[in-house]
Ligand binder design. Structure first.
Ligand code: FES
Length: 275
């Protein structure tokens, strides 16, 4: 169980694994996530599902090596098995046929979790306008899959090596200036600062926006409180109340501060692993 069926390296730090997990694949819905553990002593890693296939029984995950646990995961090979792969967790995205256009924005590694949402929205009959962006061309991931899942695809890179030079928010603002009325709902997933900026643009156009919060998680069942975030002035748990929330209500500054809480421990763990 939980065998790595396929593994690909997409950049210096970004990898994708296809995991044999038939029960998770059968139940997975857009917006949901899994928690995996590489070995008996491993840390829990929450990752939003990038794609799944109920018939073939696999779930695709995309991850960036940012610490000891993701480094360990990246060192596992095709044919190896994970110790645990729990899910699907979290509340699925509130997708339906909105009778118009929807705007989908994925930044960096956030392109992976936005993919199933775009795919489902298109399947439901929406006209999907997607924007994907990254720092540079090599970090644009899943372009083909996003093209397939969208009716229109826009690309932005910070350094202008691919697509339009600039940020996803520049394209988002241009689109909303032209067709704010036609856009029925918006999803944005990426680094917290990107989701904060997308929310600012949405607010300027009086639009609602969904964001997916990747706060620190431990149990993933609403028990430990590690993933707490402030939404509309209330404490919410990203693992059971989310991970998607209306960005317009999220306290991003508090979330970003909490995410930096364990940076020193992360560095220490990475050093120990590399020794
Ligand atoms: Fe523990 Fe959400 S991860 S409450």
């Amino acid at each position: 169980m939980y065998k790595i069926l396929k593994k690909q390296k997409w950049s210096d730090t970004i990898y994708s694994n296809w995991i044999e997990a038939p029960f998770v694949a059968k139940a997975a819905q857009p917006g949901q996530f899994i928690i995996l553990i590489t070995n008996q002593k491993g840390e829990r890693i929450p990752l939003t599902i990038a794609d799944s296939n109920a018939k073939e029984g696999w779930v695709q995950i995309v991850y960036q090596v940012v610490g000891a646990s993701t480094l360990e995961l990246s060192l596992m090979n095709e044919g190896d098995s994970l110790y645990a792969f729990v899910g699907p967790l979290g509340i699925p995205s509130e997708v339906e046929n909105f009778g118009g256009k929807v705007l989908i924005i994925g930044g960096g590694i956030g392109i992976a979790p936005i993919h199933p949402i775009a795919k489902k929205l298109k399947e439901l009959g929406n006209y999907v306008v997607s924007i994907i962006g990254a720092r540079t061309k090599d970090l644009i991931i899943m372009e083909d899959k996003m093209r397939e899942a969208s009716n229109e695809l826009h690309i932005a890179t910070d350094d202008g090596t691919y697509g339009q030079k600039g940020f996803v928010t520049n394209i988002m603002d241009d689109i909303l200036k032209k067709e704010s009325e036609a856009i029925k709902d918006i999803w944005a997933i990426g680094p917290p600062i990107m989701m904060k900026m997308c929310t600012r643009v949405a607010n300027e156009h009086n639009k609602q926006i969904w964001v997916s919060l990747n706060s620190i998680m431990v149990d993933g069942t609403g028990m430990c409180g590690a993933c707490r975030v402030s939404v509309g002035g209330k404490t919410k748990f990203a693992c059971v109340d989310g991970p998607e929330f209306r960005g317009n209500l999220v306290n991003f500054d508090e979330m970003m501060l909490r995410q930096k809480q364990y940076c020193d421990q992360e560095r220490e763990a990475l050093m120990l692993l590399e020794e």
